[in-house]
Design a protein around this ligand. Structure first.
Ligand SMILES: [Mg+2]
Length: 374
């Protein structure tokens, strides 16, 4: 029996400009500057038999150049290999760059390749990725994040919320965590009053509270019946999250900043969160995401993956209990396809694979590209 072989991989480093500089609590506490662009690493894979796959990873502010450089260094290790043996190839790529570790930039570079291999496998099977993995549903309830950042005045946040709900999105998330907690409380109260008691509402502090502030804010939030409070504390404070989750009725969500399954396992072991928020491009791709999803499901956690809805819609559709998917409109200019939202849910596309192709505009925003072939 003969199998297919990877004949080439092309990496593209794409800088997506954002229409408005973006600020969450990390900017208001002075830790970061407003974000003006998002960096993407695309991996386009071709096989000897003519199959293709596309995957991507990304970074915000710094790290995009390093992801691209690392991917170019390790890719030759899997040219000529069977594209179906994805976990084996993941391990090979990790070993090719083992001295820089199994988290952060190195796993994020691998993620672009890993996601491209899953896209290829699903396309070859003629199935949407969700179906290849095994879907529990053909749509996932979704909430909007991009309308509720801290650079946005509250009257615009309210308009954005109305627009999201009218677009078929179920829930609204707004950013909190600024130095003056009273302003956060006023914004949450205004949004809750605007959207009414029945619309799912979440808040996200982007790790900017200490334990006491998080508990004080969490107690003040109980009356709003939030779906969750996201990243109340430092992403690695497993004990602090566990204490907060135990003290509050409102569920605690976290995990987007972690860059490996091992880091997530620590949170699971400490019962740090009710809702786990892995990010496939950040933790090394779909292979790692599926391993983590099994552990999270076994631990009875809810799933609400972070960002990259084009990938996470498929992965959320395959989670046993009802998850959430995060709606951002930022990536729309990169892809020819539009994800449909209806009756509060994002519809899993019936196109094979992830169901994405790059726009001409994405090609124009490419600042570097390199092809590796047999
Ligand atoms: Mg977040």
């Amino acid at each position: 029996m003969s199998f297919d072989a990877i004949s080439s991989i092309t990496f593209s480093h794409v800088l997506l400009p954002l229409a408005t500089p973006i600020s969450d609590a990390k900017v208001l506490t002075g830790r970061q500057k407003p974000m003006t662009e998002v960096s993407f690493l695309f991996a386009e894979i071709t096989t000897r038999d003519g199959h293709t796959g596309i995957g991507f990873s990304y970074s915000k502010r710094a790290g995009g150049y390093a992801q691209y450089a690392h991917a170019c260094e390790i890719a030759p290790a899997i040219i000529g290999e069977d594209p179906s043996d994805i976990d084996k190839l993941w391990q090979k790529l990790v070993w090719a760059g083992a001295s820089v570790g199994r988290g952060g930039v190195s796993t994020q570079a691998i993620a672009a390749i890993d996601i491209g291999l899953w896209d290829l496998k699903a396309k070859r099977a003629g199935l949407p990725l969700a179906k290849l993995i095994g879907a529990h549903r053909d749509s996932v309830q979704c909430y909007n994040t991009s309308g509720g950042f801290l650079h946005t005045p509250i009257d615009e946040v309210l308009k954005n919320a109305t627009h999201s709900l009218e677009s078929g999105i179920a829930g609204i998330k707004i950013k909190v965590g600024q130095p003056d907690m009273r302003i956060d409380l006023e914004r949450v109260a205004a949004v809750r009053a605007h959207i009414g008691d029945n619309v799912p509402l979440m808040v996200d502090a982007n790790q900017q509270w200490d334990r006491a502030s998080a508990l004080r804010f969490g107690r003040a939030m109980e009356k709003y019946e939030l779906v969750w409070i996201e990243e109340p504390l430092d992403a690695h404070d497993a004990e602090g999250h566990a204490a907060l989750a135990a003290a509050l009725d409102t569920p605690i969500a976290t995990g987007e900043m972690l860059s490996s399954v091992a880091e997530h396992v620590r949170l699971i072991e400490h019962r740090s969160a009710d809702i786990i928020q892995p990010d496939a491009p950040r933790i090394g791709g779909i292979t790692q995401f599926l391993k983590l999803a099994t552990l999270a499901s076994q631990a009875g956690l809810q799933l609400a993956p972070h960002f990259a809805m084009e990938i996470h819609l498929h992965l959320a559709a395959a989670y046993p209990t009802e998850p959430w998917v995060e709606h951002f409109d930022w990536l729309a200019p990169l892809f020819n396809e539009v994800l449909e939202t209806r009756n509060g849910r994002m519809i899993v596309p019936d196109r094979p694979g992830l169901g994405i192709t790059l726009t001409e505009q994405a090609r124009k925003w490419t600042i570097a590209h390199q092809t590796f072939s047999a």
